[in-house]
Design a protein. Sequence first.
Length: 159
Amino acid sequence: MRVACALSLCILCAIEAIAQTPNPAAAPGAQQLLQSQVGGTRVPQQSQPPALRNPYEGNSAAVAQGRKLFQSMNCNGCHAPQGGGGMGPPLSDDQWIYGSEPAQIFLTIMQGRPNGMPSFSRALPEDEVWKLVAYVRTLSGLPDRKSPAPPPSRETGKP
């Protein structure tokens, strides 16, 4: 009887946790991700794939969680604490080997890349990877597509 009550309590707690966990319905599926370009190359016959949006981009809480993941998964061991690079390429500049779009970064983290970048597909759930992508994009100041672009400055040379 006690075992049944404990099991019921565990199930109710799990259901409650699932209900409170944000489920980003806008997260791209595997088929959409497979259509993403890797780097700047694409097969000429292939149509341009649609740009996929990170469901967490612009979400400050998710970016903060992504920063914690960056540290806890030892990304800073190769890419440096602020993404300046080291053993791994810098993430704080505008030159990205495998692409800087959210889907491209997602695939790089999930699949890994030759010469050092391990695959994290078995270590992190997709939801956490999207948070990590949101943080990584902030390191280089990549624009947040949710916020409008700042107006161009008009310097006149006058004080």
